[in-house]
Each structure stands twice: as C-alpha cells, then as structure tokens.
Design a protein around this ligand. Sequence first.
Ligand code: PMP
Ligand code: GLN
Length: 384
Amino acid sequence: LNRRLTEFGTTIFAEMSALALSTDSINLGQGFPDTDGPEEIREAAVRALRDGRGNQYPPGPGVPELRTAIAAHQKHHYGLSYDPDREVLVTAGATEAIAASLLALVEPGDEVIALEPYYDSYAAGIAMAGGTRVPVTLRPHEGRFRLDLDELRDAVTDNTRLLLLNTPHNPTGTVLSREELGEIAKLAVERDLLVVTDEVYEHLVFDDAEHVPLAGFPGMRERTVTIGSAGKTFSFTGWKVGWITSTPDLVTAVRSAKQFLTYVASGPFQYAVAEALALPDTYFEAFRADLRAKRDLLAAGLTAAGFEVFRPAGTYFVTTDIRPLGESDGFAFCRALPERAGVVAIPNAVFYDHREEGAPFVRFTFCKRTEVLEAAARRLRAAR
Ligand code: PMP
Ligand code: GLN
C-alpha cells in the first residue's frame, strides 16, 4: 500500500458492521436503512433488467433519462437550471463523485478545506489526489455543532484550492443555515475557491430546518460541484447511483477522472432512479416524517440511557456525548458496547484529524425499523 493510503486502514463502517454480525448486536453504526426504498422503484429496476435497458455499458455521462430527471429534480426542488447534456454526470454513488471531483480538481500540494468531523472518504480522497487537508472543526454550541465562520476564513491561504462542504452534515446532523451558506459563498467568491458540496442528505431535514443548495448563491453556480445520491434519498444504498451537477467545464473535468475509475456503473438502476427522482412531493414528505419520528424515538432513548444528545436537524445520524456516562474515550466505548449492551455505534473520533476533539462523541443511526430502535434503546438503558 502506498504512503498516501497507509494511514487509513479499513474503513470504520466495515469494521463496525462486522462486529455487529459477530456479536449479534443491533447495528446502529453504518448508515444504511433496514427497509428498502419504494416497491414501484424496485419494480422499475426489474423492468429495466428484463427489458435489456442498461445491461451493457451505459453512456459515460449516465443514461439520458436519468440526467434529465436529475436536472428536473434540481429545478423542481430548488429552482436551479442545469443542462442534462452538459451539466450533469452520473457516478457510482456519491463516494465516486467525491473521489473523482478531488482527483480532477486538486493539484498535488493544493490545500483542501473540509469541515471536521468529516465523512471518512474525504480524507482518503484528498490524499489520493495528493492534496493537503485543512480541517475546520465544528464544535458544540447551544445543543448543535456549529461552524465558526472566522475559523473558516482564517483557514483559507493562497494555497487553498477547494472547499469540501457537507450539509446536512454527517455525523453531527447540523444543517448549515441560509446565513451561514451566504457567508461561505462570499468567502468562496472573494478568495476564488472551488467548492464541492456533498448534499446527499438534502431531503433529510426536520422541523424548521431547510436545505439550501450552495450553488444557488450569487457567484456560486460557476464554482460549485453539487453531489447527490439515490442511496440516501431513496434508501437504495446498494445500488450505488450518485450524481453531480455543475458547469460544463467542471463536469467535463470530473468526468475525465471518473472514466478511469469506473467508466460507468449501475446500468439498469439508472433507469429506476430516473423514475424515483420524479416521485411526487408526497414521497419526500412521508420519508421525512418517518425519519423525524425515528429521530425523536432514538434521541429520547439515548437521553434516558444517560447520553447527552445533540438533536440533529438533518441526516439520519445522532451524535452523542458519552461524558455524562463517566466515559471519555469513544473508541473504547464503541469497542466495548456490543458486549455490554448488544448495540453497535461509531466513534466520531475517526472523522477527525484532531482526534482529541472528537474523543467523547459517538454516533448512532436511526434509519432502522421502529421496533429495532426501541430494542436498542431498551438495551442501552439496561446497560447503563
Ligand atoms: N457523503 C456522505 C456525507 C455520506 O454520509 C455518504 C454515505 N455514507 C456518502 C457521501 C456516500 O454515498 P454513496 O453511498 O452514494 O456513495
Ligand atoms: N455513509 C454511511 C455512514 O456514514 C456509510 C458509508 C459506508 O459504509 N462507506 O455511515
């Protein structure tokens, strides 16, 4: 293994899901739903397979039906216009979109700013591109993890090439506000930065939180690569269908890298996702309502079990602080939890460069059936 990758080892998600299996624990670690997405969309995938649509290499940029549906989705939900032929690229999940964007846009030695804690593939993607990561830490403030805009401004240097954002934010559940995004946009324009914005949890926002795409701010459309994923929006994480929307130049650049990573992927599933993106608003509303109830259920269970809970405004993760339980090392806590309580969670420290900042935080997912969440809450309370 080359030096760029040795620090990363095996992803925590594989490690923790294996631990859940070997200890027969409830897996609230890796974020994947235990209920598949809509039946009619599964049927659409079966139809595509049977009718021979996508069983051979689909076109490099993605099948036209899906690119058209992605553009229509951005227009319908956010009023953003993209040309399906030149400004949309289908990828093998958001993970490939992130890696291909970094490989295409970062020169060796460039600095890439990412919000810490960050989704683990960001660090590996920056490393594979030969970039230097510059984390800006979100810290607890009045019950949520907050971005310090001054710290973000101070992190920008003459070597900063790109800002890698994520909202709604995994693992903290923070949804950046319109005001915060406006400030970030001003900074990007002022310092002439590219922005890759991972918006895979765009439809998972609760209460009065609102997802606002960064690409809609003045001066941003031409410098922003926006990432989405059918894994999150339609509960098909195994299909690995993701996408980017951006300018023709940036899409062409990302495609240059993407063609040598996978070339293309997910043929028949692309047709099914095209149908999913056109689902009526009631689908998105029902999905949100279901997850909001599950968030409330798990948050209440974790509170009763003694955790300090940071109530997420978005995503399907809840970050907790274990210090009220007399614990301070999230790694040790998560390694012991399966034996102690029969539950698996993720230590947030893996998402930090400044590991000590993340040490007392532990993430649980709530994209599981109600009875599973109830059982996990009972186990955690009993093990208190
Ligand atoms: N970005 C974030 C913030 C995520 O949480 C995930 C899924 N864990 C991804 C990207 C990857 O998405 P996909 O499964 O579509 O590759
Ligand atoms: N995105 C999911 C999470 O954060 C898992 C992704 C993965 O397994 N690579 O839990």
